[in-house]
Design a protein around this ligand. Structure first.
Ligand SMILES: [Zn+2]
Length: 156
């Protein structure tokens, strides 16, 4: 009977809280090919995936035309190497309105994505990483966006 003890350890949910969280980025150090799952649950567990961050991005004004809120989060397809069928992680997203998203950047293809933003005065990779660093602080995210579009882009 006593030999069953290790199996019962985690039955008490509060014990889980005693375990320290894995250090940030530790999943990246495991090496080997990344799993090629389309399953959204698996994707949500990848480093850099954050539904909460996407919610913040959607609340920001469109980085092209300034419509507020833009309402959509565009994943920068050129941002990182992906496995087959994998989406870019949520840290590489910029705020867009429906029109600039669906009728704009999504029509030019991933190879022309960066230049599409550049032509409109946006350094999309810089912007995405700056917003990711400020995630959770909507005020700061707005500040970053406003500073970038007014110094680099056409938005007043
Ligand atoms: Zn727009």
């Amino acid at each position: 009977m006593e030999t069953d003890e290790p199996k019962t350890y985690f039955k008490n949910g509060s014990q889980m809280g005693l375990l320290p969280p894995p250090p940030y980025g530790s999943l990246l150090k495991q090496g080997g090919p990344r799993p090629k799952h389309k399953n959204s649950k698996v994707q949500a567990e990848r480093p850099g995936m954050s539904p909460a961050h996407l919610d913040f991005i959607r609340k920001l004004p469109c980085c092209i035309c300034g419509k507020s809120p833009g309402g959509q989060a565009h994943h920068l397809k050129t941002a990182e190497k992906r496995g087959v069928g994998q989406k870019v992680t949520d840290q590489w997203t910029v705020p867009l309105c429906h029109d600039d998203h669906i009728n704009g950047v999504e029509r030019v293809g991933s190879r022309n994505e960066v230049s599409w933003f550049n032509k409109r005065g946006i350094n999309c990779l810089w912007l995405a990483s700056a917003l990711w660093k400020a995630t959770g602080d909507l005020k700061q995210m707005r500040k970053i966006l406003r500073a970038h579009v007014t110094t680099e882009g056409p938005i007043k």
